[in-house]
Design a protein around this ligand. Structure first.
Ligand code: Z16
Length: 816
């Protein structure tokens, strides 16, 4: 770009910003104020994307291509502004424009609130996939709910988690385009009524329903500098006019307003449980609301292309179910095809199976969704009938193929009977889909050989794997500009859209000059983080120490406790002077606990209590620090990850389906200490055994130990350091004001069998941590390992994942 042109574009951007401040926001542009100019910049950037977005959406219609519908109750897109700016390739322009107003772009970016429309990995994965669909030009849409309140805002008060309301739309977001005229009617409750059609066949219709409207709200997702902009459509609940009129006519004004407000509660708040769904009525209402609205939109688009027959529906539509949360889709599509479009059951079922595919994200038994037959029957009476009919035909079929196998019928049935009648949503998703995938090799294998073994026998080839990925745009280019620049200076920028190019870095792994530049970048990132921690917590940390990070949802299977036991062990060693010298470490913890998960909340308190003891002990000095950063979210992850030396991925083997934080760390040059679990296994495979700190029992060991004979008490008795650490916790060393406070944690380990095998892995973990420290003392070795981690992470781009879905599951190809 020539200088005059770029000056011109900077000048016109400046004009736009001021015009928006004055005419969109109605504020005086003088003097330039941060908050107003931030919004002015947002609107100016948005203007530049809208044209591309309209054109992309039009091109779908023109090419009558098969589209992908990625249905997810959760999205965690993170902040948009920088993502949009970089997608448009106008970062320098923006920096200059705001600089001319005496403002700093990086400061403006901090004005943006994070849309927390998800819990953790599953929601963030959906957003990485949106980014990759846009960058790979896969014709697709994301569908979800526009919650008024995202995941709760976490504060730490006296070491305890407190939950605050995250009213992220309080000040309208410039990124959410509300389509006030674009609404669908959604029905609930009522009853299913049989009637005879003109040909004398028995048919059903859903009558006497209550209804609510779904309003479309769109968010743009741009590809990286390719002019392609994908749409994410989030539904917001709006009460129907009928609803109001009925009450108003009765003269019941207050009642009218009250029921209006209640019906709009559907999209009010995200449920904050990550892996243990609670069978709450409002949650099922959210699921169906979102499914019914999305299918009306899908059908509207299908009809718009003038299709003569529904037989070609699966050639036009691929629906990916992100976990079982949208699985009621299968009954909904059957209802539409059979009741409204008058297709035969058999035809409708074939269409369904060709349309849907389902991604499973967990094997934890408490996470597998079920809904009581009573609730579904009440809220969605016609859908329950359809589910029963699907089940009847399915079990009929199984009975014919495996005569006399009552056990098999019971294990495969859509209805579980052991705990009152419950509909198993995973079973519905499996039989209604053509493909079911797990999210990492090990996880997919467990689905086939343990969790859904009987289904795998029944439908050979239906189960497959697509290992998760992360978008290099957000997780390297945007989050780590210094490293991106260094990488670019030796291998160019190809990696941004083809991450396999990172392998060219391997040639520099032992180059002393490159190593030094690598270390400088990492040091710089650590200093930036230290400044952030000081600002946020008022705690000083030393960037020369080893930054050891455990950041993810707080859950027993993720074993934050194992890490805490290591910290206490180091603490005891330092205090007793039993190590000649110690590699100074700073431990970072961050993550939210589900508000009803008491054990997880107690773990947060314990981390903070241990931190308080360690940080306040003069005997420890700089050698060990523990910080818990409140309110972990996407933009906090972007600050933490580029500054990490060590990534903690220490879940009990077999329990973390994939993990994606593990990928973000390794991509940014952190080394991993981890178990053979989820995607850790595949990360270790590509970065090399020598460049990964492995410990712990394997999934098969875990399975064996769970089958009997595991005795944590015996391990406790025989390991002095472990015993000491546990005794300190249970006798109140970290809670002198309430000595029994942490008893439930120690009880879960000693009295209740240590289900997550913390004690079983303790010794190996502590030993491997010692190896970490030793390697860290050799900067050339550590830096080499770090470079080789980044260099070999090409596989974990979400572009690769999306292209696998496109080729093998959706059967769609990129637009040209
Ligand atoms: C979630 O984030 C995940 C699983 C689940 O059942 C529910 C939620 Cl909200 C996570 C997995 O725990 C994690 O291993 C995986 O990487 C992620 O989903 C994306 O697949």
């Amino acid at each position: 770009m020539t200088a005059p042109e770029s000056n011109q574009s900077v000048e016109s951007l400046k004009d736009d910003i001021q015009r928006h401040v004055a005419l969109t926001l109605g504020s005086d542009p003088f003097p330039p104020r941060k908050g107003r100019y931030y919004l002015g910049l947002c609107y100016s950037v948005r203007d530049r994307l809208l044209g591309q977005w309209l054109e992309t959406q039009r091109s779908y219609y023109d090419s009558i291509t098969k589209r992908v519908y990625y249905m997810s109750l959760e999205f965690l897109p993170g902040r948009f502004l920088m993502n949009y700016i970089q997608a448009l390739g106008m970062e320098e322009e923006c920096r200059e424009a705001v600089r001319d107003f005496g403002l700093d772009l990086d400061e403006l970016l901090e004005e943006e609130w994070n849309p927390g429309l998800g819990n953790g990995g599953l929601g963030r994965l959906a957003s990485c996939y949106m980014d990759s669909m846009a960058t790979c030009r896969i014709p697709g849409y994301g569908y979800g709910i526009l919650y008024d309140y995202g995941i709760f805002y976490q504060t730490i008060v006296n070491g305890y988690q407190h939950e605050g309301a995250d009213n992220w739309l309080r000040q309208d977001s410039p990124w959410v385009l509300r389509r006030g005229h674009f609404m669908f009617l959604i029905n609930f409750y009522g009853r299913s009524e049989a009637y005879e059609d003109s040909a004398g066949h028995e048919r059903f219709r859903w009558v006497d329903t209550e209804s609510v409207m779904a309003m479309a709200c769109d968010i743009m997702v741009p590809g990286h500098q390719n002019g392609h902009v994908t749409n994410m459509r989030l539904w917001k609940a709006i009460s129907t006019r009928d609803f109001e009129l009925e009450h108003f006519n009765r003269g019941d004004y207050i009642g009218a307003v009250q029921s209006k407000v209640e019906s709009e509660n559907i999209s009010k708040v995200l449920y904050p449980n990550d892996t243990s769904p609670r069978g709450k009525e409002l949650r099922l209402r959210q699921q169906y609301f979102f499914v019914a609205a999305t299918f009306q939109d899908i059908l509207r688009r299908f009809r718009k292309n003038n299709y003569s027959s529904f037989d070609c529906f699966p050639d036009q539509v691929a629906v990916q179910l992100n976990d079982t949360h949208p699985a009621i889709s299968i009954a909904e599509l059957m209802r539409i095809l059979v009741d409204e479009e008058s297709l035969t059951w058999e035809t409708a079922w074939t269409i369904c199976q060709k349309t849907f595919s389902y991604t499973n994200h967990t094997v934890l038994p408490e996470a597998l969704e079920t809904w009581s037959v009573e609730l579904i029957g009440r809220m969605l009476p016609r859908h329950l009938q359809i589910i029963f009919e699907i089940n009847r035909r399915f079990l009929d079929d199984v009975g014919k193929r495996f005569p006399g196998r009552v056990d098999l019928l019971r294990s495969l049935s859509l209805i579980a009977e052991d705990n009152g009648k419950q509909v198993r949503m995973a079973h519905l998703a499996i039989i209604g889909s053509h493909t079911v995938n797990g999210v990492a090799e090990l996880h997919s294998k467990i689905l086939k050989t343990r969790l859904f073994k009987d289904f795998d026998n029944l439908y050979p080839g239906k189960f497959t794997n697509v290992t998760n990925g992360i978008t290099p745009r957000r997780w390297l280019m945007q989050a780590n500009p210094a490293l991106s620049e260094l990488i670019g200076s030796v291998i160019g920028d190809e990696w941004i859209h083809d991450l396999s190019h990172l392998s060219e870095l391997a040639a520099y792994a032992d180059d002393p000059e490159f190593q030094q530049r690598w270390q400088e970048v990492r040091k710089r990132n650590k200093k930036l983080l230290a400044r952030y921690v000081l600002r946020k917590l008022g705690v000083g940390i030393n960037p020369a120490t080893l930054f050891d990070m455990h950041i993810k949802r707080i859950h027993e299977y993720k074993r934050q406790i194992l890490n805490v036991l290591h910290v206490i062990t180091l603490y005891n060693r330092i205090r007793s002077g039993s190590v000649a010298h110690h590699v100074p470490r700073t431990l970072f913890f961050a993550g939210k606990a589900a508000p009803g998960y008491m054990q997880a909340k107690l773990i947060i308190k314990l981390i903070n209590a241990v931190g308080q003891a360690v940080n306040g002990d003069p005997a420890v000095g700089n050698d060990l620090r523990v910080v818990f950063l409140p309110n972990y979210c996407v933009s906090q992850a972007e600050k933490l990850i580029p500054a990490a030396d060590l990534s903690e991925q220490i879940s009990t083997a077999g329990m973390e389906a994939s993990g994606t934080g593990n990928m973000k760390f390794a991509l940014n040059g952190a080394l991993t200490i981890g178990t053979l679990d989820g995607a850790n296994i595949e990360i270790r495979e590509v970065v090399g055994e020598d460049n990964f700190f492995l410990f712990g029992h394997t999934e098969e060991d875990v399975h064996r130990l769970h089958s009997g004979g595991y005795d944590p008490v015996q391990i406790y008795e025989s390991n002095i350091e472990l015993k000491k650490a546990l005794d300190m916790i249970s006798t109140g060393f970290f809670s002198p004001e309430a000595p029994g406070l942490f008893r439930p944690i120690v009880d879960s380990l000693l009295a209740h069998g240590d289900y997550y095998l913390v004690l079983a892995d303790y010794a190996k973990y502590v030993a491997e941590q010692a190896r970490v420290s030793k390697c860290y003392e050799d900067p050339a070795l550590w830096t080499r390992m770090s470079i080789l981690n980044t260099a070999n992470m090409g596989k974990f781009s979400s572009d690769r994942s999306i292209m696998e879905y496109a080729r093998n599951i959706w059967k769609v190809s990129p637009l040209t």
